[in-house]
Design a protein around this ligand. Sequence first.
Ligand SMILES: Cc1cc2nc3c(=O)[nH]c(=O)nc-3n(C[C@H](O)[C@H](O)[C@H](O)COP(=O)(O)OP(=O)(O)OC[C@H]3O[C@@H](n4cnc5c(N)ncnc54)[C@H](O)[C@@H]3O)c2cc1C
Length: 223
Amino acid sequence: MTGDALGPGPHTRVRRLPAKANYDRTVIFAILDEARLCHVAASVNGVAMVIPTLHAREGHTIYLHGSASNAVLKAVVQSGVACVSATIYDGLRLARSGFESSIAYRSVVAFGAATLVTEEGEKARILDHFVDAILPGRHHEVRPMLDAERRLTLIVAVTINEASAKISSGPTDDGDEDLELPVWSGTVPARLRFETPIPDTNGAMAKGDIALPPSIVRLLEGQ
Ligand SMILES: Cc1cc2nc3c(=O)[nH]c(=O)nc-3n(C[C@H](O)[C@H](O)[C@H](O)COP(=O)(O)OP(=O)(O)OC[C@H]3O[C@@H](n4cnc5c(N)ncnc54)[C@H](O)[C@@H]3O)c2cc1C
């Protein structure tokens, strides 16, 4: 591992199609930031378990949060090590054979030291960061978090010590022997798109005079 590389390390060497691997921290951080959710794995009572959840990155640290009774997060803290994976779905790569057909994606697998964040001020700061990771600027628009809500929330800081990215893109990987087959082949790009917001109809929202906040306007204009 050299310079800006976060891998390959003992756990992060991509073996299959290694040409698609990338260990550069800039690439890895960009995928983690763009991915809308992640998966966290742990061994719980001897059984491998994975949960999907939200994450927020700051430097080399991935923050995870969940309920204080979350089995996977508790196991991660107990073992002191976390494995976090995040994937962005970029579309279809349709080859002339089913075997070579695949999808376009950017994915990351990261390993790191896991610790529980307990200091109240730091928890508050990270939870605001979480709200903004979902929708930038949103934490200024919602009511501040209550102490009771913070107490119910477990925050785990995962300091990345090795990570890998794998990027599948571009034309399909058909073998030369298949190129003349009369089968449509190519790619169908895909991306996440937010549609017209649907206002809630309860409480103060029922009056219909609350404007779309800047965070949502920016989200819709920026896509
Ligand atoms: C949406 C999606 C669909 C996929 N479909 C297939 C499929 O149908 N068939 C198939 O063979 N593969 C598929 N892959 C790729 C798959 O994730 C693995 O890369 C593949 O199984 C080979 O892993 P390996 O044997 O090289 O690594 P393993 O020995 O399984 O893992 C070793 C290390 O390599 C790194 N690594 C492996 N895969 C990835 C990855 N995707 N991203 C980042 N780091 C990684 C990790 O650090 C991991 O700890 C898919 C990936 C994605 C994201």
